[in-house]
Structures are given as C-alpha cells and as structure tokens.
Write a protein that binds this ligand. Structure first.
Ligand code: TYD
Ligand code: MG
Length: 535
C-alpha cells in the first residue's frame, strides 16, 4: 500500500495494469502508478489491476540489459558503470491474460499489388544513394552522428525538398524551439517550403496528431532521445523510454505507411546513445560522420534492410547548408601536399563509386621504449600487419620509429586494397623519398609480402585517369583486368619490389640522420630469410 496522493483513491499502487481503449489492449507496464492509470481512466478507460511485486530495476544504459540489483559491470555487454535505476523497466506484459477474443485478419498472397510506388526519392542524390534509392513506405530509419555534425541541417533540407515536391512532410523537433528550426530554414533558403513543423516530445500526442488527415509521407523525429511515452515511467532519454518511444513510432510507421526518420545521438565511443536495441528495431541505420574541423561530411549506411550498406554520400558543410558532392575524389585531393615525402594517393572504391584519397604517413625516430603507432581513418590492425610484413620480408626496420598514418579529408577507409598505398607512404616517409605526384596505388598485401589483386581494377584506373593521374602502381596479377585506361601501369608482384623502388629514390635527410637512414632499409631490400640463409 502506498500513501500520498494516490492513497485517496483507496486502491493499492498498481504494479501491473491492463488498459482497455476501444478494441485495443495496451499493456501498462509494471510500475504504473494508480495516478497514471486514473488519468487514463478519466479518458474513458477501464482499469484492471493485478497485484504483483514492485519492480524497480537497474538497466544498462549501453545495451539495455536489466538487473534487479545494482552492480558495477554489465554482464551482458561488459561495460562498467552503465547501470542506472529505472522504474518500470521490466516490461512484462500482463495483457496475455486478456480474455479478449483475437481479431480476424485477411491473409494475402505474395504477388499482391501495392497501390503506390514503394520508394520516394528525397531529391538529394547523395542521400538517395545511401538509402538505396529513396525512403521506403512504412520504414523507419535511424540517423546517428556527433552533436553539431549537421543531422538537423540534412533532415531540414530533405523534408523541405519533399514538401516542395508536394508531399506531406513533417518535422518534429524535441530539442529546438520552433523559432530555432525556422531560423535554420531561413538560413538554408528553405523558409518557403510547406513543411509542417512542431516542437513536441510526447509520442502519444505526436501519433494522435499525425493520424489525422492525409498520411504524412515523411516524418522526422529530432531526436529519439528527447521523446517520451506515458506507457513507461522512466525519465526521457533512458533506455526504457527510448525503446518504448521507438517501438510506438515504428508501430505507427508500419500501420500508416509513413516513412519515419529518427535522429539518434552518438556517445563518445561512436555508438548510438542509449540502447543498441533501437538499431535492431529499425529498418536502416545511417551514420553521419566527419571531422569537426573539416567541411566534408560522409553519410554511411551501417544497416539497411532495403539497400546496400557499402555506399557513401558525401556532403560539404557550407554557410548555406549542406552541399552535395558528386565527385568526392576532387574534394579529397583538393588540398594535396604535392612534393612531400610520406604521401601516397590511394585509388579506392566506396560502394559502387571510385574515390581517390591521399594517405599521409610520418615515420620518425622514437624517444620512447615502445614506439607509438597512431592511425586515423584506417584500421589499426591492418597498419600493424603492413608494418610487420615490411619488417619481416622487406628488411625495413621500424621498431625504433614512431609511426603515424592519416587518411586526408576525414574519410574512413575499410578496404584492404589500401595496404599498398599505406606501405608506399610509410616507406616514402622513412627514407625521405618523395613519391611520383602523378601516381595512384592500390593492392592488398598478404602476410607473405605478395601483392594480391583487388576488385574493380578498371573502375579505379578510370577514375585516376579522369583526375589527371599518369601512372598506377597495382598488383601484378591485376594487369589483365586493367584494359586500356590511358595510364602507365607499374605492376608489382611483391612488397619488396615496391620498397626497393622507393628506396632508390631516397635522399638522406641530413648529416646527423644520414647514417641512420642508410641502415634502415638494408641494401637492395633483400628478404630477411633469404639473407640469413645465404649469408
Ligand atoms: P546541426 O544540423 O544543428 O547539427 P546536429 O543536428 O547534428 O547537432 O548543425 C550544426 C552545425 O552546422 C553548426 O555547428 C553550424 C553548422 N552550419 C553551417 O555551417 N551552415 C549552415 O547553413 C547550418 C544550418 C549549420
Ligand atoms: Mg540537431
């Protein structure tokens, strides 16, 4: 029993209740107090109560696992200090005991016709490329990204385009006041677009408002962390609230056929804040990335039920909002350090599109016992692998050097094809030899030091030729696929050959360092094992 405001209703605190609203049964989760239930009752709702144990629960804010007592570490995801107390977290639906007879529904055939085009183009080519051709009816998309990266800007632009094309587009902001959203639209030159705007955070209010009139074609919820639903008691932003709000919105999308975009915040380690479970519930997860100091923004699909996940959309943040970049290579190479040792141009592929980008390496003698290895924009374990291969097979000694590798422009490369370009940049920096400025590099390096072929050789070469490059360093075995790209080809069978070629261009750095450099790459870069065996 509980005293306080609820006591005057003379009914025990409800820890579980079933609310009947019309024909639908909505489970009120454990922990719902009578005060809440009575509010509903005033709206013409019948309340059924079951006595159950009070269920205060501790929920991991990282993965959503629930515990009945506090502990330092979450057993489910292994994170420390992520458990926080939430009321009504264990949402055991009691409605199972409902005596309502199930509603009958019609079963359909697979070949049925949908009345409408299932996809709607956003009017922004780069955005459509990532979603796989536009927003799918009834789908829910999660857009994650650091604060200030431009999520609201991107979605304001997308909703305005759709609204101008005559579709009903709704923008619900839970973070900014209407005046702030308007100010942004004005700045973007989109103030005249007939977007329907609201600053709301209650999911029930949003769903009931949007159920009126024509079904909106696109609804933006900015952001899911600010939304709350009164079916659960936790504070907005907690795992339970975020999950329940997302569930309610997803239900609405599926039922109405509107496409919904949820904006999600990202924690400092790059996860979408709150529950990972939201990622599993939605149809697609897009991540909006970029270095704060740089103008480039990259939209990437992390998950997509209706399209590819390897495409990227490239944008540039300007004073007038996000500008689409249809030729990213030009952008990534626009501020090249021509004539500096340690830079190599990698001919990469992002999805279906070739992208040329500069890799920058710095190899410097270390003053530490354990040399530093730092990498931005590439996989650190692939860097370690390339360094090990250079050391083991090519006679390049790096154990006394700090190594830094950076992908210019804030791009994040995931292809193993960047191995060769990374190796070229590293050796170039080590021996202080400038690489030819008109050369591109691509190829995967195996643990034995062999340069292996990679996919889409012709597309990479074509892009390089288009941007004015004169030669390509590529795997020997890929020569057959090269065709006539209009570039001079320099096929490489093993990493040793590359190291020897670069070392031959080297110039000593100065008196103090010259003796050191001479010993760093041993004569003719003979493989270590060969030297041992042959004296
Ligand atoms: P915003 O879309 O509010 O970011 P998010 O919603 O991801 O937090 O974008 C904020 C940043 O974008 C802000 O630092 C200013 C910059 N910006 C521009 O450079 N140009 C513009 O036209 C707009 C609207 C924003
Ligand atoms: Mg925002």
């Amino acid at each position: 029993m509980r005293s306080g405001p609820e006591a005057k209703f003379a009914v025990p605190r409800l820890t579980a209740a079933v609310l009947h609203i019309g024909r639908d049964v909505v489970p009120a989760f454990a922990g719902t107090t009578l005060a809440g239930a009575c509010l509903r009752a005033n709206d013409g709702v019948a309340v059924e109560s079951h006595m159950a144990k009070s269920s205060l629960s501790f929920v991991c804010q990282n993965c959503g696992a629930a515990y009945n007592r506090w502990q330092g570490k979450c057993e489910a995801c292994g994170e420390w200090n992520t458990l926080s107390e939430e009321e009504g977290a264990t949402s055991v639906p009691v409605s199972i005991r409902s005596k309502r007879k199930g509603r009958q529904f019609a079963l359909e055939s697979l070949s049925g016709k949908s009345q409408d085009a299932p996809r709607l183009s956003s009017g922004m080519t780069e955005l459509d490329r990532v979603t796989g051709g536009g927003f799918v009816r009834g789908s829910v998309l999660l857009v994650g990204g650091d604060p200030g990266i431009g999520k609201s800007t991107l979605l304001t632009q997308a909703t305005s385009m759709l609204a101008r094309a005559g579709h009903r587009a709704v923008y619900i902001s839970g973070e900014e006041a209407i005046a702030q959203v308007r100010l942004r639209a004005e700045r973007l030159g989109l103030a005249d677009a007939p977007v329907q705007l609201a600053a709301e955070t209650s999911v029930e209010d949003i769903v009931s408002t949007l159920s009126e009139g024509a079904v909106p074609r696109l609804i933006v919820i900015d952001s899911i962390q600010t939304m709350w639903t009164d079916t659960v008691e936790s504070a907005p932003g907690t795992v339970t609230q975020v999950r329940a709000s997302a569930q309610a919105l997803i239900r609405f999308a599926k039922k109405s056929g509107a496409a919904i975009i949820l904006v999600g915040h990202v924690t400092k380690d790059g996860q979408i804040a709150g529950p990972r479970v939201v990622e599993h519930m939605v149809d697609a997860v897009l991540s909006f990335e970029g270095e704060g100091s740089q103008q480039f923004r990259i939209l990437r699909a992390v998950k997509n039920r209706f399209g590819p996940t390897d495409e990227i959309g490239v944008f540039e943040m300007t004073g007038l909002g996000l500008r689409e970049v249809s030729n990213p290579s030009e952008l990534f190479l626009s501020e090249r350090d021509l004539g500096t040792p340690g830079t190599a141009v990698f001919a990469g592929i992002e999805g279906t599109r070739p992208v040329l980008v500069e890799l920058q390496a710095l190899v410097a003698p270390t003053s530490l016992g354990t040399p530093r290895r730092a990498v931005v924009g590439w996989d650190p374990s692939r860097l370690s692998m390339v360094l090990a291969v250079l050391e083991a097979h090519c006679g390049v000694k790096l154990s006394g050097h700090d190594v830094y590798l950076n992908v210019a422009g804030g791009l994040r490369i995931q292809e193993p094809a960047a191995d060769l370009a990374a190796a070229a940049a590293l050796v170039s920096s080590l021996v202080n030899a400038q690489l030819p400025t008109d050369a591109v590099y691509f190829g995967e390096v195996s643990l034995s030091g062999v340069v292996r072929p990679v996919a889409q050789t012709a597309a990479r070469l074509k892009e390089a030729a288009k941007l004015g490059f004169g030669r390509a360093v590529l795997p020997e075995s890929a020569r057959g696929e090269a065709g006539d790209a209009g570039l001079a080809l320099n096929p490489i069978g093993g990493l040793t050959t590359l190291v020897a070629e670069i070392a031959a261009r080297g110039t000593p750095r100065g008196n103090r360092e010259s003796s050191r450099d001479a010993t760093v790459v041993e004569k003719n870069a003979t493989p270590a094992r060969f030297r041992r065996e042959n004296g």
